[in-house]
Design a protein around this ligand. Structure first.
Ligand code: 5GP
Length: 125
C-alpha cells in the first residue's frame, strides 16, 4: 500500500530497521550520511536503493528539512555508487517515489538506482 507522504516519521519502517542493524541488507556503500544496498526485489539487473541515515519520510521531507551537508552528501553518494557500479557509460535511471500517486511504499526516503539493461521509456502506461 502506498504511504501518505505527509505522515510523521515511523521508526518501525523497514529501512529504519536496516539502518539500526535489526534487519540484514546487502550493503554496497556507506558513509556518514548515506547507506546504499541492493533492493530485495530487483526490477533490473542492477537495482540499488540509496537512503539517507536521517529520519526523512520522503523526498519532500528531505528537501524541506535536511541540512545542506546531508543533501550534498546524499547527492554525491548516489553519483559515487553509480560510478562504482560501472553504470555511467551504459547509462542508468534514478527514481524516487513520493506518496500515494508516486506509489511510495516504504516511508523512509530512498532513491532507486536502476541499470544493467536498456530501461525503456520513462513511465509504464
Ligand atoms: P517504493 O515503492 O517505496 O519506492 O520502493 C520500496 C522498495 O523497497 C521496493 O523496491 C522493495 O522491493 C524494497 N524493499 C522493501 N523491503 C525491503 C527490505 O527489507 N530490504 C530491501 N533490501 N529492500 C526492500
Amino acid at each position: 500500500m502506498p504511504i501518505d507522504a505527509t505522515q510523521p516519521y515511523d521508526d518501525a519502517n523497514v529501512f529504519a530497521r536496516i539502518l539500526r542493524g535489526e534487519l540484514p541488507c546487502t550493503r554496497i556503500y556507506e558513509d556518514e550520511h548515506v547507506l546504499a544496498f541492493h533492493d530485495i526485489n530487483p526490477q533490473a539487473p542492477t537495482h540499488i536503493l540509496v537512503i539517507p541515515k536521517g529520519r526523512y519520510v520522503s523526498w519532500d521531507d528531505f528537501s524541506a528539512r535536511a541540512t545542506d551537508a546531508e543533501i550534498a552528501g546524499f547527492v554525491r553518494a548516489v553519483g559515487h555508487v553509480a560510478r562504482e557500479q560501472g553504470l555511467v557509460a551504459p547509462g542508468y535511471r534514478l527514481l524516487t517515489n513520493v506518496g500515494q500517486h508516486g506509489h511510495q511504499e516504504v516511508p523512509h526516503l530512498h532513491v532507486h538506482l536502476f541499470g544493467g539493461r536498456p530501461l525503456g521509456t520513462m513511465l509504464a502506461s
